[in-house]
Write a protein that binds this ligand. Structure first.
Ligand code: GZL
Length: 323
């Protein structure tokens, strides 16, 4: 298994200027008498990764850990997610955590949170808004994930050349944007030909539909599929089999996430390589929320390390995978 650390920044609790806005000094938590009330605006429930991330966040922001969690899942609709954040502000929560569906459109509501003295912490994906509008981002090095996937493609097909199709993640999300950048960097100058690239919205259903379209258009000319997440790759498996082709053999598949179903497909030989994207962020996010509310300093970007897996790795690791 290949282990790589993104630009890992260690959380430093040493004193630096307070990041983001201090919570309302002297206000009572709006939960039980000493619980910290946190509004969490999740993207939705689009993938296995998202389910694991939500589970991790709910476990960390539990009452026994000192939190009163107000949870909202925005069904992958950016406008609904912004409305949820606005409602958290109106409720006067102590802190807001966001897994932003897309990078743009956040300036107004983040300024409203700042004016209300409510600190915002980002988890998973990030935003294009100014860094002074959020206290910290705990996430993954998406560009490195894309680069690692591209390096595997070049290592295995760069010389002989191959025709590639790409299932992109949610349009405008930092995960999709940065994975695309890292992948393109890695394959630049190689004999890899990109036949087509289209969003499958990180979902199995759309991954299957888009792959059906690719197969109708390019058929057996397709040698390789790069899917920005396991779920779109899993959806594509159905389309590839329905076209009478063998996934992992006729069409090699590289994906990102390494959720259980993806690792099972890798162990079965239907996928050929998976780059990990760790969804278990809850504990780290809860730690940062408490530090910010306590007026301590936190790093602006906290990158959680990822790995990458071959079929042999998947066979060995499957029994003990945490998600
Ligand atoms: C990545 C995360 C992406 C996953 C998808 O951190 O934002 O969103 O790769 C999920 O599975 O839907």
């Amino acid at each position: 298994m290949k282990k790589f650390l993104g630009g890992l920044a260690v959380i430093s609790m040493a004193s630096l200027a307070l990041a983001g806005c201090a919570s309302n000094p002297g206000t009572e938590a709006t939960g039980g008498d000493d619980l910290i009330t946190v509004g969490f605006a999740q993207t939705g429930s689009e993938s296995g990764w998202r389910s694991a991330n939500t589970e991790s966040m709910k476990a960390a922001f539990s009452e026994e850990n000192g939190f009163n969690l107000v949870f909202n899942a925005a069904d992958n609709k950016p406008e609904a997610q912004i409305a949820a954040v606005r409602s958290f502000i109106n409720q006067g929560v102590d802190a807001i955590v966001i897994a932003p569906i897309v990078v743009d459109g956040w300036d107004d509501v983040l300024n409203e949170a700042k004016d209300a003295g409510i600190p915002v912490i980002l988890e998973d994906r990030t935003v294009s808004a100014s860094e002074d509008l959020y206290a910290s981002w705990i996430g993954l090095d998406f560009e490195q994930e894309g680069r690692t996937a591209g390096e595997w493609v070049v290592e295995n097909f760069g010389d002989e050349g191959a025709n590639l199709v790409i299932l992109e993640g949610t349009t405008g999300s930092s995960a999709a944007l940065d994975r695309a950048t890292g992948f393109a960097d890695a394959i630049a100058g190689s004999n890899i030909t990109i036949l087509d690239s289209q969003t499958g919205n990180f979902t199995r259903a759309d991954g299957k539909t888009v792959m059906e379209g690719f197969l109708q258009k390019y058929g057996s000319d397709i040698d390789l599929l790069f899917a920005h997440n396991d779920d779109m790759g899993l959806g594509a498996l159905d389309a590839i089999k329905a076209a009478g082709l063998e996934p992992g053999v006729d069409i090699k598949i590289v994906t990102i996430d390494a959720v259980r179903d993806g690792m099972q497909a890798l162990a079965n030989g239907e996928f050929n390589f998976i780059v990990e994207c760790n969804p278990i962020l809850g504990e780290k996010v809860a730690e940062v929320v408490k530090a910010v509310l306590a007026g301590e300093s936190v790093e602006k970007s906290i990158i959680v390390p990822d790995g990458a897996f071959t079929q042999e790795d998947a066979i060995e690791l499957l029994p003990t995978r945490p998600y």
